[in-house]
Ligand binder design. Structure first.
Ligand SMILES: [Zn+2]
Length: 144
């Protein structure tokens, strides 16, 4: 993977929190999803991940980072406390952290023209949910 060619940057509206996403996939090849959960629905989020890529969070203002948990409480939803943007969701596992990114935060989000199918994960057990995420989400490099 060429490190520069596959680098996507994303950030919240005010720029206090963001990420650098390294992926070999082209923007138009990234799988987009619209999660049907009550949180994602309210944000109109389109999320994406690449298990072969990596994401590094870049938090310019640590005081602005908010973490929100609900439901099974397995996941940190990362939001900006200043501008309210939903940036990403992160799980911690024995094998490290994994994230799914709100692709609407990409600098080039206007180039994401592919379909974002609705996905319904209701009814999963906690074990099924964590296994799916560990297999499909993007490994996190560094700390958050
Ligand atoms: Zn912000």
């Amino acid at each position: 993977m060429s490190p520069a060619a596959g680098t996507i940057r994303g950030r919240c509206h005010c720029g206090r929190i963001g990420y650098r996403f390294d992926t070999a996939l082209a923007l138009e090849a990234l799988p987009l999803r619209r999660c049907a959960c009550s949180f994602c629905r309210r944000h109109g989020a389109r999320t994406t991940s690449d298990p072969a890529g990596s994401v590094r969070f870049e938090i310019a203002d640590v005081a602005a980072l908010r973490r929100y948990r609900f439901g099974l409480r397995s996941t940190d939803f990362l939001l900006c406390g200043k501008c309210g943007t939903y940036l990403a969701a992160v799980i911690e596992t024995g094998a490290g952290a994994y994230a799914t990114l709100n692709a609407n935060c990409f600098e080039q989000a206007d180039l994401l023209l592919q379909e974002a199918p609705l996905v319904v994960y209701e009814g999963e057990t906690l074990e099924q949910r964590m296994a799916r995420r560990q297999a499909k989400w993007t490994p996190v490099a560094g700390t958050i």
